[in-house]
Ligand binder design. Structure first.
Ligand code: PSV
Ligand code: MN
Ligand code: MN
Length: 389
């Protein structure tokens, strides 16, 4: 039997980090649909993120993206951290950006020209300076580097350049800081990508040291990839730094986590709980864009989707599962997992929220709060998230 009090206690400690860019206008390369009430600066993005935390109780940190969230003057980044604290949230991971400058046409830290590589590394070092000011623990690195044509560049040499650049940044990290390396199987490069998969990311992180860990962006895999196996393996090796959660139907769709395949999210969260990732330093971050739906409710929904999948994963009767596995009872073992997945956890979560002093229905409570109307009235000329800017 699963101990429901223990499940609730674990859920109380859950922390899902929301990304600043999810609050801004975004779109595809075809069109950015501007919405009303969109934040005009990083502070207003934090105001919106604080609302998500206020109604869910489990979204206490906000990831920044540099330069999209660059602040000059007015207290700088320490001032931004202070603003966050006043709203009841904290600044989370700093995401670097080495993909929106003309210099990066052939890559950033893997670029054939040392001057471009230096520019990219300088940006990453600036991100660590920002982490010092904000108190952020994690530097999240995603590289758009790669090639489009066979022969365009030396694929092995690009790995050497990558290793060298990462090592320079790793050396700069403080004792309590981490470097989280993200992989993505293709796009914007289409022939080779310099960090295409967890194996490449893992190999670099292993060489760098314990403060370099892998980020699993759920949207960055080929169809049919068993993501939970990757999660189990990385956790076993002590190298799972965190997640960028989102949903995909086709490629890097960045749709709401748990929307396309809630069963996959449950399977991932089961491996997380099984592997101790839920109680370790694994960061649970969203990496999403809300192109056609209202942003704040979509992010509330996403946080709840992660919470529901986690609750179901925690409900797996581990003793019964182990017993069935030992008895070589294939169907029995599968039934234990499916029983947990098929449990309606919404009543449990409503109860939990009430115990936490929250409204049991975050979506409805947000809608009633009047915040959406308030920001539409107050904000004119919202900022684009960064994509397609
Ligand atoms: C690009 O694919 C991407 O979605 C990566 O997942 C990063 O985490 C994110 O952009 C922000 O840079
Ligand atoms: Mn990502
Ligand atoms: Mn992505």
């Amino acid at each position: 039997m699963t101990d429901l009090a223990a499940v609730k206690a674990a859920l109380r400690t859950q922390a899902v980090e929301t990304p600043s860019w999810a609050y801004g206008n975004s779109g595809t390369r075809f069109k950015v649909f501007a919405q009303q009430g969109i934040p005009r600066d990083p502070r207003e993005k934090l105001d919106d993120a604080a609302k998500v935390h206020e109604f869910t109780g489990v979204a206490p940190t906000v990831a920044l993206h540099i330069p999209w969230d660059r602040v000059d003057g007015a207290g700088g980044y320490a001032g931004l951290a202070e603003h966050a604290a006043q709203r009841g949230v904290k600044l989370g991971a700093i995401n670097s950006n080495t993909f929106q400058d003309d210099a990066y046409r052939l890559g950033s830290i893997c670029h054939p020209d040392a001057a471009v590589r230096r520019k990219a590394v300088d940006h990453l070092l600036e991100c660590v300076d920002i982490m010092d000011a904000t108190g952020s623990r994690d530097l999240k690195l995603w590289f758009a580097d790669g090639t489009n044509y066979p022969g365009q560049d030396d694929v092995r040499e690009r790995q050497d350049r990558l290793a060298e650049g990462l090592a320079r940044v790793y050396e700069r990290l403080g004792e309590q800081q981490r470097m989280l390396l993200e992989y993505k199987f293709f796009e914007p490069a289409f022939y080779t990508t310099d960090v295409p998969d967890w194996g490449t990311a893992y190999a670099h992180c292993l060489k760098l040291g314990p403060r370099a860990q892998v980020v699993v962006d759920t949207g960055h895999h080929a169809p049919g990839t068993n993501i939970e196996f990757i999660v189990a393996t990385l956790l076993r090796e002590g190298k799972l730094g965190g997640f960028d959660f989102n949903s995909r139907f086709y490629a890097d769709d960045d749709l709401m986590v748990g929307a396309a395949d809630p069963f996959q999210l449950f399977r991932i969260m089961y491996e997380v709980t099984r592997g101790g990732g839920f109680t370790s330093d694994t960061a649970f971050m969203l990496d999403q864009c809300h192109n056609i739906e209202p942003k704040i409710p979509a992010i509330i929904r996403s946080v709840m989707n992660v919470q529901e999948a986690t609750a179901k994963a925690l409900l797996v009767d581990r003793e019964a599962l182990a017993a069935a596995q030992r008895a070589e009872d294939v169907l029995g073992a599968n039934a234990v997992v499916m029983d947990a997945y098929n449990t309606d956890v919404r009543p449990l979560l409503r109860e939990l929220r009430e115990e936490m002093g929250l409204d049991p229905e975050p979506m409805a409570a947000y809608a009633r709060s009047g915040y959406a109307e308030k920001i539409v009235a107050e904000r004119v000329g919202g900022q684009q998230a960064g994509w397609g800017a």
